[in-house]
Design a protein around this ligand. Sequence first.
Ligand SMILES: [Zn+2]
Ligand SMILES: [Zn+2]
Ligand SMILES: [Zn+2]
Length: 140
Amino acid sequence: MDQSSRIANLLKHGKLRTTNARRLVLEEFLKAGHTALSSSEIEKNIEDLDRITLYRTIKTFEESGIIHQAVDVSGRSKYALCSEYCSSHQHEDHHAHFYCKKCQKTVCLDDVKIPIIQLPDNFKLEDSQLVLSGICGECE
Ligand SMILES: [Zn+2]
Ligand SMILES: [Zn+2]
Ligand SMILES: [Zn+2]
């Protein structure tokens, strides 16, 4: 599938209209693949996109089940493309993220699931993040 049809499919999946900003931001996520991007990294790569539009686009994508949050070791928010099972109602990205100390990339480990944690009664879990760090396969 070529890039423009992948972008069209993702926007359709999120029930979103195509805009220039959305197209440009999705191109960056497709390029990054399993590597998570911070908003400042995206900002650096796309000229002529103002910060407010970028933040709004990221938020819309997250709410539409297109991208998910991948926090790195410093607690900074990064984002990566979702699996096809995510929707605007629910994200299904219950996997660990790995932060490489050498290349400083945060990658999705799709096959490493976050274990189910037993919380005390009357605690309600809304989100969980598992961040591992070390040296990634490419830097090893
Ligand atoms: Zn998701
Ligand atoms: Zn690395
Ligand atoms: Zn991920």
